[in-house]
Design a protein around this ligand. Structure first.
Ligand code: KIV
Ligand code: ZN
Length: 386
């Protein structure tokens, strides 16, 4: 792994699956995990094994079939969670235990009714215990986004001392601004003793719509792993969307940060997850939404037909979409109509186009979107054809 390679840690099957209304069975999870492995993700967080017998079975089944990626199981900083996770991961070629504890004052005082020193001790012991089962142990400091940086640095040092290979810095409540989250990562890079022994990981939630921006700021400031889900699904407003962070890095090569993702699988992956979970993706969703490469206003259509790059920053084929769509509505102009007419077999002269366009407008005012059959009808009922 080069120092500029960003590890993609997919948590669709763990944090993503916590989305209300979604329940995947073990077979569906295995199918998604196989596809994630093909997609090129570096880590698949397969579940939270102690949470239910079903989750245990899924993590075990995924461990058996994944060929390339590391398979990871989540735990609390609780011995039995860690023991059960290790058991569920025993068939994995590359197993990782992801253990941790809340570190913000709000978690320490209200959730654990504890104190800062005791939490550091629990963090250390959890990592140490996980290390007795697997080499690769990731530590999460839940609510790190709202944890005081100086204290967070001490927690990270304890986790590294106990053998953590990855330090996950979650913005659990999606509260941080990008500049704040980036500064937190920079602070940890510069102030945690032993940081060269571990990598920092971004785990951002989207409560303020900032998960992608925060993750990108994280890697610009030195983190080397991004935790994310397909379509950004997850609790509340969701997690960082995998397809977004991957394409941000690909489309901004001067950042000199890359991933191992085969981006041409992104659209198919999005559809697989949305169909399996029964959670439909909003049409304007970046990268994978139905309208992400659709142009409907006349000015934009004219620009795209002359040169795609006028209004498109991504070649749709790079994410597995065959071509951009020129959608015909009453807002469309002559260029779009001529383009679509040509696609269905009519080469119109300028005069013919003027005549067909008038007919098209009165048709489009009555019908929201014009399809290929409508185009035949519009042309054949125009004066041109009489
Ligand atoms: O958001 C979060 O803090 C988490 C941790 C359990 C990793 O999902
Ligand atoms: Zn989370």
């Amino acid at each position: 792994m080069s120092n500029n390679n960003i590890q993609i840690f997919d948590t669709t099957l763990r944090d993503g699956e916590q989305v209300p209304g979604c329940k995947l069975n073990s077979e569906q999870k295995v199918v998604i995990a196989e596809q994630l492995d093909q997609l090129g993700v570096d880590v698949i967080e397969a579940g939270f094994p102690v949470s239910s017998p079903g989750d245990f079975i899924s993590v075990e089944a995924i461990s058996k079939i994944v060929k390339n990626a590391t398979v990871c199981g989540l735990t609390r900083a609780v011995e039995n969670d860690i023991k059960v996770a290790a058991e569920s991961l025993k068939y994995a070629k590359k197993p990782r235990i992801h253990t941790g504890i809340g570190t913000s004052d709000s978690h320490i005082l209200h959730k654990f009714k504890s104190n800062r020193a005791a939490i550091i001790k629990r963090a250390f012991e959890a990592v140490k215990y996980a290390k007795s089962f697997v080499e690769d142990v990731e530590f999460y400091a839940e609510d790190a986004g709202r944890t005081d940086n100086e204290y967070l640095a001490r927690v990270c040092e304890a986790a590294i001392k106990a053998g953590a290979t990855v330090l996950n810095i979650p913005d659990t409540t999606g509260y941080c601004l990008p500049s704040e989250y980036g500064a937190k990562i920079k602070y940890l890079k510069e102030n945690v003793k032993g940081i060269e022994k571990a990598i920092l990981s971004c785990h951002c939630h989207n409560d303020l719509g900032l998960a992608t921006a925060n993750s990108i700021e994280g890697v610009i400031n030195g983190a080397r792993q991004i935790e994310c889900t397909i379509n950004g699904i997850g609790e509340r407003a969701g997690n960082t969307a995998l397809e977004e962070v991957v394409m941000v890095l690909k489309q901004h090569p001067y950042l000199n940060l890359d991933t191992n993702i085969n981006t041409s699988m992104l659209f198919g992956m999005s559809q697989l997850v949305s169909d399996s979970m029964g959670i439909y993706t909003q049409p304007n969703k970046a990268i994978v939404g139905a309208n992400a490469f659709a142009h409907s206003s006349g000015i934009h259509q004219d620009g795209v037909i002359k040169n795609r790059a006028t209004y498109e920053i991504i070649d749709p084929r790079d994410v597995g979409v065959t071509e951009s769509a020129i959608v015909l509505t009453a807002r469309s102009g002559r260029a779009a109509l001529a383009y679509r007419a040509k696609n269905v077999g009519y080469e119109l002269t300028k005069l013919q186009l003027d005549d067909v366009y008038a007919n098209f407008l009165s048709f489009a005012d009555r019908k929201k979107e014009i399809n290929d059959n409508d185009i035949h009808q519009i042309i054949e009922t125009s004066n041109v054809y009489q």
